[in-house]
Every structure is written in C-alpha cells, then in structure tokens.
Design a protein around this ligand. Structure first.
Ligand SMILES: [Zn+2]
Length: 61
C-alpha cells in the first residue's frame, strides 16, 4: 500500500509521530500509539447525533 500524503483516506496525523493515520484505524501504523478519538467513525456519528438532537430541541422548544 502506498503512503501518499494526498490520500483522502488519511485525514489526520498521529499526535506522537506525525504519521498520517488511515481513517478508522485504532492505532498509528508507524509508532503504534493510540489514534485520536476523531480518527474513528463512531466519534463523528456521535457528534452528528448530538448536533441533530440539539437542532431538533431548538426547533421544538
Ligand atoms: Zn505515530
């Protein structure tokens, strides 16, 4: 697998070594550091649901 910096699947850099993380990987492929929470799909799903709930509450309140 190539390690091109422009790969759209690699959005975030490892906080420990700067290696570009593959999205949804749990650990850095370079230094095995735990990937940041925002590199996981679940984080963004939770964020979207939270925003959606806030918008719905704002509309019906
Ligand atoms: Zn790393």
């Amino acid at each position: 697998m190539s390690d091109t910096p422009n790969d759209p699947a690699r959005r975030f850099g490892c906080p420990a070594c700067g290696h570009m993380l593959t999205f949804n990987e749990r650990r850095c492929g370079n230094c095995a550091e735990d990937a940041p929470v925002y590199n996981r799909t679940g984080f963004w799903i939770g964020l979207a649901l939270t925003v959606l709930a806030a918008v719905v509450l704002a509309i019906i309140a």
